[in-house]
Design a protein around this ligand. Structure first.
Ligand code: NDP
Length: 253
């Protein structure tokens, strides 16, 4: 039986856990060959084995996308080994919350390096290939999806630099969307609310405790809920572009 993404190639950053892992699985399940990008090679290998056991195709690319050469090389290797590039999911990200006053400056650097610079490096390297796919592939459309956040729409005290990076991702996505849409490269931002992943594990312990209190009595989203949204976007017919999807747990205000 043919699947909706048969013959297409997707690259997913941050595929070693959480939303990226679930998204890579969902895309592979629909027939896409997937390039799995992140730093933890062992996690990527496990995921690739799972995809291959189900009859799919996966390419493990351990790369730190904050290093420009590694981001570029990941895109290059995807095209060299899987033949083309139809879909990019810029998902790798880090959320280091806490008051701005006395915040370790390294935390700010890490967020800007990954959420902004890493996303830009991958995007810059991928765009020529997405344009080519939109012009010459059977589907004649390509997709670039940037995982932003509710924090890219609503700023809060204690998440200023995370807000800065995610507002930036949302703004860049909209600008790029306008630039590329007539050439059938669809650019979308996906803005999740609270999702149960490893994201909060990188917080300082006292900050984590405080942050988790906010969500203690609610059912958070699962990574699969966001993967579902991504799948919805990339499986729309050529004339339909979903520009932005904001998805909160029902109980999140
Ligand atoms: P995870 O921490 O589970 O996933 C983050 C991913 O990014 C991991 O696969 C990690 O892999 C990868 N990553 C981190 N640093 C780098 C790097 N330098 N180069 C390449 N990959 C890297 O969290 P989520 O799945 O929750 O996060 C995914 C995205 O969703 C992020 O952009 C986040 O901001 C966004 N988001 C998450 C929400 C949530 O509540 N969970 C809410 C809103 C948005 P590795 O360590 O192996 O490199």
């Amino acid at each position: 039986m043919s699947k909706r993404l048969d013959g297409s190639v997707a690259l997913v950053t941050g595929a070693s856990s959480g939303i990226g892992e679930a998204t890579a699985l969902a895309l592979a399940h629909e027939g896409a060959a997937v390039a799995l990008v992140a730093r933890r090679r062992n996690r990527l290998e496990k995921l690739a084995a799972q995809i291959e056991a189900a009859g799919g195709r996966a390419l493990v690319l351990d790369a730190d996308v904050t290093v420009r050469e590694q981001a570029e090389d990941a895109v290059k290797r995807t095209v060299a080994e899987l033949g083309r590039l139809d879909t990019v999911i810029n998902n790798a990200g880090v959320m280091l919350l806490g008051p701005a006053l006395d915040a370790p400056i390294e935390e700010w650097e890490r967020m800007v390096d990954l959420n902004v610079q890493g996303l830009l490096y991958v995007t810059h390297a991928a765009l020529p290939h997405l344009l080519e796919a939109a012009e010459s592939s059977e589907r004649r459309v390509a997709d670039l999806i940037n995982v932003s956040s509710v924090a890219g729409r609503v700023a809060r005290s204690g998440s200023g630099v995370y807000n800065l990076t995610k507002f930036g991702v949302t703004a860049f996505s909209e600008s790029l969307r306008q630039e590329l849409t007539r050439r059938h490269v669809r650019v979308a931002s996906v803005e999740p609310g609270a999702v149960e992943t490893e994201l909060a594990d990188h917080l300082r312990p006292e900050i984590k405790e405080q942050a988790m209190k906010r969500f203690a009595d609610m059912e958070r989203l699962k990574s699969e809920d966001i993967a579902d949204a991504v799948l919805y976007i990339v499986t729309r017919p050529r004339h339909v572009a979903i520009n932005e999807l904001l998805i909160r747990p029902t109980e999140q205000e």
